[in-house]
Design a binder for this molecule. Structure first.
Ligand code: ZN
Length: 505
């Protein structure tokens, strides 16, 4: 029985493995297929993952220093006499740099310019080192130069540096010099003005004023502060002008952009009567002394006693309906002022002009119809001056000797016409901008906070808000010990024909 059992078990046993091996074969076939599919599918997936990993691990860590930069140096002749250009170019996926250095025959000049360029390049490279990895566009640094004056003795050169490091805005730098080619020294504005600090301060006001005109053409709300000392050293000679190509942000807000101030040498010839200026520019001879016949009889009422603290208040664009009220205020404070009247307005208000003269004020010419005189022909400039002088003379019995060109716009031609008429140009050192801010408090604050002895302050007596500001101005400045005088008194009894005045600082 046991044997049978045994047999049968064996039989079962023999049968069973047979059966089970068949099933195993079948099931192996079934499991191998999905595995292969998974395996074949995994290879590209893993590969992709590996690439992703590699690029994840390596890409952000690649710094500009690891990236092969193609750097080239070469020399090329320039279009300027005796100047060669040295080019340095660096190109990689991170940066595109092209720097053109001027190489003159004077080592010191070359070093001064290269030091400036290299300093800006070092800043650029520093930004490059800290470049955010997600940026794909290369940083760019394009540096080039321009020569505007290249005589045997002097060289004027402007370096323009344009860097785009994808920051808030591309950086544009402008660096400029006039060099003495023999010594390699930089000629400063002060040198050009006969080493006179006084002249420099006057030119500084002219620069501020010209820069203000430029920025106002872009936006009337832009202002130019007094020019900082570090911006009052270098200049370039461009034809017969002193040119100052200020970079954005250096003398006004960045948004005002480049501000290139040009001063015609003839316009400030009186300040340039020295050897340095004559070697660089064609400086006209000094103005001949004023002919006494061209001057009015002494104005006995202009007897302001200054005690070294004098201010000239000036009012443009009148006479107006508000001028009479202004005259009352000035009388209360015993303040004398100068009125630059518009010729075409004079006939209708001759009584106002007569009262101005009777009260010891001065009257000046502000043109006939308020045009920009620099845009007129010589004949039309002469016409604007003469018609207005005639109108003032008809009203008061005397012709004016001072003129304020509308918008402060003056050039060599206007200066020459003024000289021919025995007149000087009176600009200003403090602009209250009362035409923009019709707010008495703002106008008063501007006048008072910028007032200095010798200042010429600009107002317009056509705005009631300006007239309303005057008691505040006179109160504050009287307390500070200032006297208010006419232009003639401010300049010690008269001004010189053909000359331009900004202040008596
Ligand atoms: Zn005006």
């Amino acid at each position: 029985m046991l044997m049978v059992k045994e047999k049968s078990r064996r039989a079962t046993a023999r049968k069973t493995p047979k059966k089970s091996s068949k099933t195993a074969k079948k099931s192996r076939k079934l499991t191998l297929q999905p595995r292969l599919i998974i395996l074949f599918a995994a290879i590209p997936a893993v590969t992709v993952l590996c690439f992703a990993l590699i690029s994840y691990l390596f890409q952000p860590r690649v710094t500009p220093a690891d990236d092969p930069t193609d750097t080239k140096y070469y020399f090329a002749s320039s279009k300027y006499k005796d100047i060669t250009s040295k080019f340095v170019e660096r190109k990689s996926s991170f940066e595109q740099t092209s720097i053109e250095y001027p190489i003159t025959k004077n080592k010191k000049i070359n070093q001064t310019i290269a030091a400036t360029i290299d300093e800006k390049d070092a800043e650029f490279r520093e930004l490059l080192g800290a470049r955010p990895s997600q940026l794909t566009e290369p940083f760019t640094n394009l540096t080039s130069y321009q020569v505007s004056h290249n005589s045997d003795d002097f060289l004027s050169i402007t370096v323009s540096i344009k860097q785009d490091t994808h920051g808030a805005h591309p950086a544009n730098y402008s660096r400029f010099w006039t060099f003495d080619k023999h010594t390699g020294e930089v000629v400063t504005l002060k040198n050009l003005l006969g080493d006179s600090t006084e002249n420099l301060s006057r030119i500084s006001q002219l620069i501020q004023q010209k820069a203000t005109e430029i920025v106002h053409k872009k936006d009337e709300n832009y202002a130019v502060d007094p020019i900082p000392d570090e911006q009052l050293t270098n200049f370039t000679a461009v034809e017969n002008t002193i040119t100052l190509p200020y970079e954005p942000g250096s003398i006004a807000v960045y948004a005002a952009g480049d501000i290139t101030v040009s001063i015609d040498v003839a316009e400030i010839a009186d300040y340039l009567q020295n050897d340095t200026a004559r070697k660089i520019f064609d400086v006209p001879k000094p103005a001949p002394p004023a002919k006494p016949t061209l001057k009015p009889a002494a104005t006995p009422t202009n007897t302001g006693n200054c005690n070294d603290k004098c201010i000239a208040l000036t009012f443009d664009d009148g006479p107006s309906a508000h001028t009479s009220r202004l005259l009352d205020t000035l009388d209360k404070y015993n303040a004398k002022a100068t009125f630059f009247v518009v010729g075409e307005k004079v006939a209708a208000r001759q009584d106002i002009l007569q009262r101005q003269i009777a009260r010891g004020h001065q009257i000046g010419n502000h043109s006939w119809g308020h045009p920009d005189l620099t845009k007129l022909s010589t004949e039309n400039i002469q016409n604007e001056l003469a018609r207005t002088n005639d109108a003032i003379k008809a009203a008061t019995g005397r012709a004016p000797t001072v003129m304020r060109p509308p918008y402060g716009a003056i050039n060599q031609n206007v200066s020459q016409q003024l000289r021919a008429n025995g007149m000087s140009a009176i600009l200003w050192s403090v602009d209250t901008r009362d035409w923009a801010d019709r707010d008495s408090q703002i106008v008063c604050t501007r006048a008072v906070s910028n007032a200095r002895s010798g200042a010429i302050i600009l107002f317009h007596d056509i705005h009631p808000t300006s007239v309303d500001a005057i008691p505040c101005v006179l109160d504050a400045l009287t307390k500070q010990g200032y006297a208010f005088v006419t232009i003639d008194t401010l300049f010690g009894g008269g001004t010189q024909p053909g000359r331009t005045y900004f202040s008596a600082l």
